[in-house]
Design a protein around this ligand. Structure first.
Ligand code: SF4
Length: 273
């Protein structure tokens, strides 16, 4: 896709953000990578509740929050090809500080950067990962990166050096093929860990994954100790999924609007435990 077509597809989203789309991709990208005060707008955040939990365990975590599903407003574009209806209230973009206007704007701007100029986005992202590694070494932490914090698009693998990168990368996914690759491809990079996410549509896939030693994140009103004959580890205490034992459920407590409704996105709305 050429630059003109990309800009045309992103035009409404850019106008909505008050950014003039009738310029070169380079100029538009320059605007998108600037904060209001003229500083550099980062892809990775570390001042995030889940990242702070990791720090208590000696792990410095950078999380990238992009626009889930079609939130960015780019024509014909989604970052969550396996999103279900239940994601509407279940996605973490609908909880806590993620609902603030500033957070929404930041997610949209980051997504537009990746969409408009992936090469430059990779370069910027790489720089941030190096900075994160540097901070981790200085402060005697382990470095980790969650590139798909609110997306499901293999962002870590867009980086040409990802197989050899030193930080541990980890993600959650609703893509069954992606999860099966992780479980079955023998030379899968050791620096990557993936947890499957249950939705109201994929219970059979969850069973298959668990039987093959994969882990499945699942939302409950109240996280039980076991579910459908398997142990549940608490996913609220830590986001460091690569430390979990194999073949377990990862229980997450419903948050935001999901807490108040009977959505089958929550497992205990379907089967009592
Ligand atoms: S797939 Fe995940 S990130 Fe995407 S909309 Fe659903 S819950 Fe959110």
């Amino acid at each position: 896709m050429n630059d003109a077509r990309r800009l045309a597809r992103a035009r409404a989203a850019l106008v909505d953000l008050g950014i003039n789309p009738f310029r070169s991709v380079r100029e538009v990208y320059d605007d998108l990578r600037q904060t209001k005060s003229g500083g550099y707008a980062t892809f990775l955040g570390t001042n995030i509740y889940k990242a702070k939990l990791s720090e208590k365990r000696g792990v410095l975590t950078g999380i990238q929050y992009l626009s889930p599903s079609d939130e960015a407003g780019i024509e014909g574009f989604t970052l969550c090809p396996f999103a279900s209806e239940g994601c509407g209230d279940g996605c973490i973009n609908r909880t806590g500080r993620n609902t603030a206007h500033g957070a929404l704007t930041a997610r949209r701007k980051r997504t537009l950067r990746w969409f408009l100029d992936e090469e430059r986005a990779v370069h910027d992202f790489y720089g941030e990962v190096l900075m994160l590694e540097g901070r981790a070494i200085r402060d005697n932490f382990m470095a980790t990166v969650r590139a798909d914090g609110t997306s499901d698009d293999r962002f870590w693998s867009k980086l040409p050096w990802w197989r050899d990168a030193r930080p541990k990368f980890y993600d959650y996914t609703k893509s069954f093929p992606r999860m099966m690759e992780f479980l079955f491809i023998k030379d899968y990079p050791k620096n990557y860990h993936l947890t499957f996410s249950r939705s109201e549509l994929n219970d059979a896939q969850c069973d298959t994954i668990l039987r093959h030693g994969g882990n499945v994140a699942v939302v409950f009103d109240t996280v039980p100790d076991s579910f459908r004959g398997r142990p549940v580890v608490c996913g609220d205490d830590s986001d460091l999924r690569f430390l979990d034992p194999k073949g377990v459920w990862v229980g997450l407590t419903a948050k935001g609007k999901l807490r108040q409704n009977a959505s089958t996105f929550k497992a205990d709305a379907v089967t009592s435990c």
